[in-house]
Design a protein around this ligand. Structure first.
Ligand code: G3I
Length: 316
């Protein structure tokens, strides 16, 4: 059968996965990542704490490993992520910087990272998760020091570092229409009106089986109508363990619903799932008793969810 990658390539869609450099030496992991997906995201290895653990001291070893892997396999890389309150080194979080110092710190981080990969990474999550589930700006060091302007500033810095890159804002619990996605709608409308160079919005898509919002397609459409590209950037759909046949069938219908919502809107450029195999998914570590959230299981067997995506992409 054709792989997900073959089918997505034929339709000009992104079908990506998140990868950890620590797993790339395992041949089954690497082969699956290369054959099934046309796009790779660093699950952790491009985050601020990893690439700039001390001010001005950059370490690219693990980030490069993933970019090299993608290049060897002719894959796109979606850059994740530049400005985020989490996995932020303490020298930034506890730095007590003034406004101008923090802008300088951000600019160094963004221009160095985006500049380094300007030939390799065409799309970036510039700002990740700036709004909380209460639909208010999250209380991060960036927001406290710079106010909401930190978002516009980060996009301008990334645009200066690589004017050709496509720049995204990215968050979870904004897949359907709700108070949080409404807040994003107002925010990006405002950024676009100010001429801020923002090109897209990522719906992370960390979802619960049986609870996929019914308004995903409508929500994608309203952001596309603003002129933005939409991507599902971190899709996984977790189930309460143990995973029975019936639960896996429900999960397949859930995946089908999400990917079809994207494929139905021409401004939705594709879907990235948050991991190659259930074996290394973040879900069981975070949500006790839940797991099996990805289309490929922990022994690399293709699940009903895999075949649901396959069919949605036009596979036989
Ligand atoms: O690297 C250390 C290792 O040395 C140590 O032994 C081990 C023990 O806990 O921890 C390892 O670090 C972990 C790291 O993943 C790498 O595996 C951290 O504890 C763990 O917290 C970290 O979790 C990551 C999480 O982001 C942190 O916020 C997940 O792998 C990653 O999937 C997750 O990804 C995020 C996206 O970036 C943003 N959207 C939500 C998504 C899911 O939370």
């Amino acid at each position: 059968a054709a792989t997900l990658r073959d089918l997505a390539d034929q339709r000009g869609l992104r079908m990506g996965t998140a990868v950890g450099s620590q797993h790339l030496s395992q041949s089954q992991y690497a082969q699956t990542a290369a054959s099934e997906f046309n796009s790779i995201t660093h699950e952790n290895d491009l985050k601020w704490e990893t690439v700039e653990p001390q001010r001005g001291q950059f370490n690219w070893t693990n980030a490069d490993r993933i970019v090299d892997f993608a290049q060897q396999n002719g894959q796109m890389v979606h850059g994740h992520t530049l400005v985020w309150h989490s996995q932020l080194p303490s020298w930034v979080g506890n730095g007590n910087f003034s406004r101008s110092e923090l802008l300088d710190v951000m600019d160094t981080h963004i221009s160095t990272t985006v500049g380094r990969y300007s030939d390799d990474i065409a799309t970036w999550d510039v700002v990740n998760e700036p709004i909380g589930d209460n639909a208010q700006f999250r209380d991060s060091v960036f927001y406290r020091t710079l106010g909401q302007d930190f978002i516009a500033e980060a996009f301008r810095m990334a645009d200066r570092a690589d004017p050709d890159a496509r720049l995204f804002i990215n968050d979870y619990n904004i897949d359907g229409i709700n108070a949080k996605s409404d807040a994003y709608y107002e925010l990006v409308k405002d950024l676009l009106a100010q001429g801020v160079p923002i090109d897209g919005i990522g719906f992370q898509g960390h979802l619960i089986s049986g609870q996929v919002p019914s308004s995903i397609q409508q929500n994608i459409q309203r952001f596309v109508d603003l002129g933005l590209e939409v991507m599902i950037t971190e899709l996984d759909i977790r189930i309460q363990m143990p995973a029975t046949e019936q639960k896996l069938e429900q999960q397949a219908r859930d995946y089908e619903q999400v990917v079809n919502a994207c494929y139905a809107v021409s401004g939705c450029s594709g879907v990235i799932v948050w991991g190659v195999t259930d074996a290394y998914s973040w879900v069981p570590d975070t949500f006790e008793g839940q797991g099996a959230a990805l289309p490929i299981d922990d022994s690399y067997q293709k699940k009903p969810a895999y075949w649901a995506i396959h069919e949605a992409l036009g596979g036989e």
